[in-house]
Write a protein that binds this ligand. Structure first.
Ligand code: AMP
Length: 391
């Protein structure tokens, strides 16, 4: 049988992450993973092929800076290593129309461009590689997979803001994000704990971007993010939920421009804003400054609160999953969080938590908590493979 390969591209504002999967009868198998970081300033390429422990960092230099040039470099590099038959893209916003992965053509691309105002800091970068690939390889099958799509099963109350109808009709709704991560976790949980996978689960995706999702029978019930990825939990540099009066105060009383407000909400708040030190949880955990502890404590407090809120949406909680950079690696954040949630029935196994074991609650814990590494690229490759099979 001829070997088929799927390239998965996850393009952000300053990085271009990618994976190459081989299509196999039992599902996509990753052959290459890598990224180009700092693409606007000083691009650095790294890739890992097969089981190689780690790829070498390669500074691309000024001549390759910018999305376009980095993408060209990546496609040339990939072309030297494998033939690509289809590409899958992570797209942050699918709006109301796109609740499933979709094969891209010019009319779909246009409709996705129209959603840029809903995700101005992500969507344009997500769409850029699609345009470049369609020009270079007009026959290539390209598939868009959406961070919003998994949340399409939320009931009406979970999707609506208490705003006048004309605003709801203008698309101002609670969409929810990190959907590809949640979909992957829901799929993986069927292997890890099949009974829980059918139950009421709170998943905490805690990375630079952070959100939580309530899942029942493998389907989304509610999440902490709404119209944009700035909602919900505090994040690396984003504030998360605020009293809307804060925005009015910044504009009216402090005379801040919209750009300045956006900068505060997206780039100067969260862990970075509270600590005044860094957005990076590792650095905060290493610091002995009280502001670093304040930032972690506030992060943990908001996570605990959302367990309560999402538990109410679910009518109870049968278990939890931690994932993404902080969720997978910070035993401190997990232990602080779960120790404040004994009332829900979590009893931490400190040793298992410190070892980053899969199950981090004690055998006698009334409900379990797991650590499951997420893999959004693999989820995208699954979708693309499905589309290839359906022809
Ligand atoms: P992500 O966006 O999923 O890549 O997650 C990035 C976040 O994970 C950053 O805040 C990192 O500091 C955090 N992180 C990664 N590794 C660790 C670790 N070993 N301990 C604590 N936080 C970590």
């Amino acid at each position: 049988m001829r070997q088929h390969n799927i390239a998965v591209i996850n393009a952000g504002s300053s990085s271009l992450k990618f994976s190459l999967f081989e299509v196999t009868p039992s599902g996509p198998v990753r052959r290459i993973r890598g990224q180009i970081a700092e693409i606007n300033t000083d691009p650095v390429f790294s890739a890992r092929i097969g089981t190689e422990p780690s790829g070498q960092d390669l500074k691309l230099g000024d001549a390759h800076s910018g999305h376009h040039r980095c993408l060209h470099f990546l496609l040339e590099w990939l072309g030297q290593h494998a033939q690509v038959h289809a590409a899958g893209h992570r797209i942050v916003h699918g709006g109301l129309d796109f609740c499933q992965p979709v094969v891209l053509d010019s009319s779909v691309i246009e409709r996705l461009e129209a959603l840029i105002p809903l995700a101005p800091l992500h969507q344009p970068y997500n769409l850029e590689p699609i345009r470049v690939l369609s020009k270079l390889y007009p026959g290539l099958i390209q598939v868009a997979c959406f961070d919003t799509a998994f949340h399409a099963t939320k009931r009406k109350e979970a999707r609506q803001f208490p705003l006048p109808t004309f605003l709801t009709q203008a698309g101002i709704r609670r969409y929810g994000f990190h959907g590809l991560s949640y979909e992957y976790i829901a799929m993986k949980l069927k292997e890890v704990d099949p009974a829980l996978a059918q139950g009421r689960v709170v998943v905490a995706h805690l990375g630079n971007g952070a959100s939580m999702c309530a899942i029942h029978h493998g389907l989304a019930v509610d999440s902490t993010m709404g119209l944009t990825a700035a909602d919900g939990l505090p994040m690396g540099t984003r504030s998360g939920s605020l009293d809307p009066g804060v925005l009015l105060f910044m504009v009216r009383e402090l005379n801040m421009s919209l750009d300045a407000v956006e900068d505060v909400l997206y780039r100067q708040s969260g862990l970075k804003g509270v600590s005044g030190l860094s957005h990076d949880m590792r650095l905060l955990e290493q610091s002995d400054r009280p502001e670093a502890k304040d930032a972690i404590d506030l992060f943990v407090y908001r996570i605990q609160q959302q367990f309560g809120a999402l538990g109410a949406s679910l009518g109870g909680i049968d278990g939890a999953v931690f994932t993404a950079g902080i969720g997978e690696n910070s035993s401190h954040v997990r232990s602080q969080t779960l120790q404040g949630l004994q009332w829900l029935g979590f009893e931490l196994d400190h040793d298992a938590n410190n070892r980053h074991a899969s199950r981090i609650t004690a055998a006698k814990s009334r409900i379990p908590a797991y650590v499951i590494p997420t893999d959004e690229d693999l989820m995208i490759a699954h979708h693309v493979q499905q589309i290839l099979i359906q022809g």
